[in-house]
Design a protein. Structure first.
Length: 135
């Protein structure tokens, strides 16, 4: 039982460390001026989440509730605090991505309008040829 508690303690510490690394990545993604670098951070987040899942699986194999049993002297509140901070960063990033999508949609609409104007002007060079610019 003591060995199980030690193993659980090591796993819990590893999980908390991984969660804090995930928090750091989500904080960095909020600081991105351009979303171009988001791909690299997403890869890092995915790897961290995979590792957290492996730790969770190892904890499940040990059975019981290591946090309630006081393994490693960690509390559930520590985990909840870090996870809540990660979720807040993820929500903020999602909102930013949605804003960026709206901006890009506007730019695409402008480009389409510009293209229609150009088509009209090119068509105007030839008498009798018209282009509907309201399409």
């Amino acid at each position: 039982n003591r060995k199980r508690n030690q193993d659980a303690g090591v796993l819990l510490k590893r999980k908390l460390k991984l969660l804090k690394q995930l928090l750091s990545v989500t904080q960095r993604q909020l600081l991105l001026v351009k979303l171009d670098a988001l791909g690299t951070l997403l890869e890092r987040k995915e790897k961290l989440i995979e590792e957290i899942r492996r730790v969770d699986a190892a904890l499940a194999e040990l059975g019981g509730n290591p946090l309630a049993e006081g393994s490693a002297g960690l509390t559930e509140e520590e985990f909840v605090r870090v996870i809540d901070a990660v979720l807040a960063n993820e929500r903020a990033t999602e909102a930013r991505i949605q804003e960026e999508q709206a901006r890009l949609r506007g730019e695409l609409q402008t480009l389409e309008r510009q293209s229609r104007v150009k088509q009209y002007l090119e068509g105007a060079r030839h008498p009798g040829r018209t282009v509907d610019i309201k399409r």
